[in-house]
Design a protein around this ligand. Structure first.
Ligand SMILES: Cc1cc2nc3c(=O)[nH]c(=O)nc-3n(C[C@H](O)[C@H](O)[C@H](O)COP(=O)(O)OP(=O)(O)OC[C@H]3O[C@@H](n4cnc5c(N)ncnc54)[C@H](O)[C@@H]3O)c2cc1C
Length: 391
């Protein structure tokens, strides 16, 4: 098979995974990234088995094992009383059931392990500090002295420039939800938070997810509630008005959780944008992966996992059909669209259930309490047990 030349715009989790997957199949890959260095923004990330399976297949198993913490349980609890509503076992149960580990880790660690693998791969070249604009992507290879690509891949996130080259692509829209992210020292949260679990505390129109990072020394917290549209932005430092809004949204929560929010060190504030269903590719390319194609709210914690699946599946599809790129991309997108639609629906369902109020909340708690952890796990088989390209 003749090696293809691939040009990837964006070196986030999606772009770096895509680069490794193509390089592993013998293709030559250039990655163009606007940032002068890859210092990761954000805090923690849940890495579900559908994603960890791919990272392991790409040779990152050892690095993953070192960086990832495997929680004992994924717990749903009341944000007002801290009462446990239900749980899904994790650890060995998850690894046995879904064939790969479920873990939590610092995003920076995931990005660094991907970056190290890309930099070590003889077929990958990373070009930092190079912002691509839609009007000059065609001229980018000449400007940077690169070979002319057979395929351009847009992995440039929610505000993608490559997406402008895809007729019929959707534009990002504000979801109405904002997330605050921060870390606290574990010893300061012991009364409210169990550092061995991923816990989602649920409240009317709000929820808060907490899980350990850094060998359990810190707890990563993501608090999500409604907010107003800030316009085109990604993550921002909080300001005093935003902190007041947060405290007011969580004011009737358990005092221990309110106190954690009140005393939290500086938080980052993330307006949550989605890219609704639209076209992801033009005939023969470019093709979009990850948030550039289908950014979703983090209610199912699947955005990065889907970007990882995209990159791997796209590389496999191209390797299996070395000839006609147009029909390969068409088949790839058709296949991925069904899965992304299901992951999105799961996120919407979680949002409805997590933020429920009044009688719906009571009904939710009753239904969840009646289900066995085993049956809750079974509802996730299609998501976590997924084997991209038969892995
Ligand atoms: C609060 C929150 C919690 C989350 N939690 C989880 C979780 O637990 N699990 C999970 O799986 N997902 C989670 N996600 C989703 C996940 O973070 C994203 O889906 C994922 O990071 C998308 O990766 P990406 O590579 O597609 O895009 P990005 O991470 O946005 O990367 C895009 C890259 O492209 C570069 N770029 C952009 N424009 C250009 C340009 N014009 N030229 C060159 N380079 C460019 C950027 O600098 C960046 O490096 C969460 C998201 C949020 C907001």
């Amino acid at each position: 098979m003749t090696a293809r030349t691939i040009l990837i715009i964006g070196a986030g989790i999606g772009g770096l995974t895509t680069a490794l997957a193509f390089a592993r199949n013998g293709d030559d890959v250039d990655i163009v990234e606007q940032a002068p260095s890859l210092s990761e923004v954000g805090a923690g990330l849940q890495v579900s088995p559908n994603a960890s399976r791919i990272l392991i297949a790409l040779g990152l198993g050892d690095a993953l094992r070192q960086a990832m913490i495997t929680p004992h349980e994924i717990v749903l609890a009341s944000g007002r009383s801290l009462r446990k509503i239900t749980h899904v076992p994790c650890g060995a149960f998850a690894a046995d059931r879904w064939g790969a580990p479920y873990g939590v880790m610092h995003r920076a660690d995931l990005q660094t392990m991907l970056l190290d693998a890309v930099l070590a791969h003889p077929r990958c070249r990373l070009h930092l500090d190079q912002r691509a604009t839609s009007s000059e992507i065609a001229g980018l290879p000449d400007r940077l002295g690169l070979s002319r690509p057979d395929l351009v891949i847009g992995a440039d996130g929610v505000w993608s420039e490559v997406r402008r080259l895809v007729p019929g692509a959707s534009s990002p829209r504000f979801s109405g939800q904002v997330a605050w992210r921060f870390k606290v020292k574990t010893e300061e949260t012991r009364r409210a938070l169990n550092p061995t679990n991923v816990t989602a505390f649920l409240g009317p129109r709000t929820h808060l997810v907490a899980y350990p990072l850094e060998q359990g020394k810190t707890i990563n917290i993501v608090a999500i509630t409604r907010g107003s549209d800030p316009g085109k932005t990604w993550a921002e430092r909080e300001n005093p008005a935003a902190r007041m809004e947060l405290l007011s949204a969580f004011s009737d929560w358990h005092p221990d959780l309110v106190s954690i929010l009140r005393q939290a060190p500086e938080m980052t504030w993330w307006p949550l944008f989605e890219v609704p269903d639209g076209r992801w590719h033009a005939a023969g390319g470019p093709v979009l992966v990850g948030d550039a194609a289908h950014a979703m709210t983090p209610f199912a914690a699947q955005g990065a996992a889907m970007a990882i699946e995209d990159g791997f599946e796209l590389a496999q599809a191209c390797a299996r059909a070395p000839g006609d790129l147009a029909s390969t991309l068409e088949a790839y997108v058709t296949n991925r669209r069904a899965r992304i639609g299901r992951a999105r629906s799961r996120g919407a369902f979680n949002q409805f259930a997590y933020h429920a109020r009044g009688p719906i909340r009571l009904g939710r708690d009753l239904v969840l309490a009646l289900k066995s952890p085993e049956s809750l796990a079974a509802e996730l088989d299609w998501l976590y047990g997924y084997r991209a390209n038969g892995l």
